[in-house]
Design a protein around this ligand. Sequence first.
Ligand code: NAD
Length: 234
Amino acid sequence: MTPGRYTGRRAVVTGGASGIGAATAARLRAEGADVLVVDVRPPETGDHLIGDVAREETWEQVAERGPYDLVVSNAAAVDVLPAHRTSLESWHRQIGVNLTGTFLAARRLLPDLAARRGSMVVTSSVHALVGLPGHPAYAAAKGGLTALTRQLAVEYGPDARVNCVIPGPIMTPAWDRVDEAGRADSVRATVLRRFGEPEEVAAVIAFLGSADASFMTGTSVVVDGGWSIVKDSA
Ligand SMILES: NC(=O)c1ccc[n+]([C@@H]2O[C@H](COP(=O)([O-])OP(=O)(O)OC[C@H]3O[C@@H](n4cnc5c(N)ncnc54)[C@H](O)[C@@H]3O)[C@@H](O)[C@H]2O)c1
């Protein structure tokens, strides 16, 4: 925690009603930011706007409440099914929330953000790095986000910095659908032998968005307890 690091700064956090987004909103507020949460459902506390990130009108409403120094694009949708059982509607919804939502945020907010020499942080996933059964649209969207991050960094630099976090297994309500055996498998697959806490990703997002990361742009930072660096093939 760096008290005052965001004093006088305005931030918008999507998916901020739960999990990593809620922890990020809390962290940024604790460091002095004025935070607007955008989510399809209300957060427990704080200023918020109910809206779907995949819809253009949401971003018009968000822009009306700006300008912003930090945009955190973190909302996600996932349906766990193999490709041959994924409907086109499900594909479009997952690409829409995860990938198009970040594009819409960038298109509407990055020019003003760049004028303020602000920063954007995108939440990708380890699904951008490795294949896991049952996540075709989610993986495609998350992989797309790491490429989009680089693209936006190049287009809006040097004025705005754009970076990405790649979380591994983080204990949030997104894991409610996974049974105990599945959770234990994920813990075993980490080097640190545990789930990450949402606050541990929020800390990295707050760092990337701040002047402490002033020479970082277009990069993806893995926050996965070592999940992606081991392979049990002995
Ligand atoms: N939890 C993990 O293990 C993990 C791992 C890798 C990546 N991630 C990523 O971290 C981010 C946060 O995930 P989480 O685990 O905190 O999930 P979560 O389910 O706790 O929170 C996601 C939030 O996004 C909101 N949301 C969903 N669709 C939306 C839409 N169309 N518009 C606006 N808001 C919408 C939900 O209402 C919810 O509040 C996501 O991008 C996710 O892909 C999470």
